[in-house]
Design a binder for this molecule. Structure first.
Ligand SMILES: Nc1ncnc2c1ncn2[C@@H]1O[C@H](COP(=O)(O)OP(=O)(O)OP(=O)(O)O)[C@@H](O)[C@H]1O
Length: 288
């Protein structure tokens, strides 16, 4: 089932493979559990609501792939196509590929050793036949590890638009966002902006907003002002999100008028504007 390992000219092969993909967006977070996969999944759902937009979602969260569950694709396996792997199509215009499709069971612990992880990232970028795609969204593991470096290195060769960084308002998460931003600067990865997730709780009955864990340092807003990074939006903590994700559905459809869905739509629009306004440039590659 596994295509052959990438050779020395992997960068050229990835560049060639991704020629048909217009915009490439990496979704990053310093901490785990802040809502990165939820965001990636719903950015894909939201963009694909326009049936003329072809969307691809790639999950390279090697040790904890949650995209199969969130997209209702648990139990799917990687399908071989002519020259590589074919994505699983959720809709005609929404294709998904996940490391999770390689697992025999979602309950399997995944133990990949260092070089194997990077090899897998190369394979996922080189071997998936996406076809003509407007947006490729790449869901990454938390942190700034070797896997991120590999992904940026390969995607940069194929013109990456930039990264969206997901955080919660707490300092423990924001501290890692600063590291994420420093990583992006070091590897010359443009930053599209920051999303503050689980910002506030909106009471479903009285519609009042409350901060469950008020941030001690002003949250992502202050951080973004200080570092001159765009804040794309704040998404409230919303029980609809967890429920829809567990069912493998889009909460943008399940709860279209919820404060979280409205916040997501505003963020998606800003990302579309960014991609329309900023033509990605060829980046200098970081030597491995
Ligand atoms: N705004 C929100 N309101 C309520 N629940 C949320 C919200 N955003 C995410 N969640 C829930 O939080 C949990 C963690 O989200 P998710 O898996 O997307 O995090 P993650 O950052 O991708 O984690 P990791 O990278 O460690 O896998 C999920 O159960 C998801 O449904």
């Amino acid at each position: 089932m596994h295509p052959s390992p990438p050779g020395h000219n992997a960068i050229e092969e990835i560049k060639e493979k991704l020629k048909t993909v217009k915009h490439k967006i990496l979704v990053l977070s310093g901490k785990g559990g802040v809502g990165k996969s939820t965001f990636s999944a719903h950015l894909a759902h939201g963009l694909a609501e326009d049936e003329n937009t072809q969307v691809a979602l790639l999950d390279i969260d090697i040790c904890g792939p949650s995209i199969p569950k969130m997209m209702g694709l648990e139990g799917e396996q990687v399908h071989q196509s002519g020259s590589g792997w074919s994505p699983v199509f959720l809709e005609d215009n929404l294709g998904v590929m996940s490391v999770g499709f390689l697992l025999s069971s979602p309950d399997d612990a995944v133990i990949w050793r260092g070089p194997k992880k990077n090899g897998m990232i190369k394979q996922f970028l080189r071997d998936v036949d996406w076809g003509e795609v407007d947006y490729l969204i790449v869901d990454t593991p938390p942190g700034t590890s070797d896997e991120h470096l590999s992904a940026v290195q390969y995607l940069s060769a194929a013109h990456v638009d930039g990264a969206v960084i997901i955080t919660t308002p707490q300092e423990v998460s924001l501290q890692d966002v600063r590291k994420e931003i420093s990583f992006c600067h070091k590897v010359k990865l443009p930053i599209i902006g920051v999303v503050e997730n689980m910002s506030v709780f909106v009471c479903p009955k009285c519609k009042k907003e409350s901060q469950i864990f008020p941030p001690t340092t002003g949250g992502a807003e202050v951080l973004c002002q200080d570092l001159k990074i765009p804040l794309l939006g704040k998404v409230p903590l919303d029980p609809h999100i967890g429920k829809s994700c567990d069912k493998g559905q889009s909460f943008l459809i399940d709860a279209p008028d919820s404060p979280a869905a409205l916040a997501y739509r505003g963020i998606i629009q800003k990302i579309q504007e960014f991609c329309g306004l900023h033509q990605p440039k060829e980046e200098h590659l970081i030597s491995s």
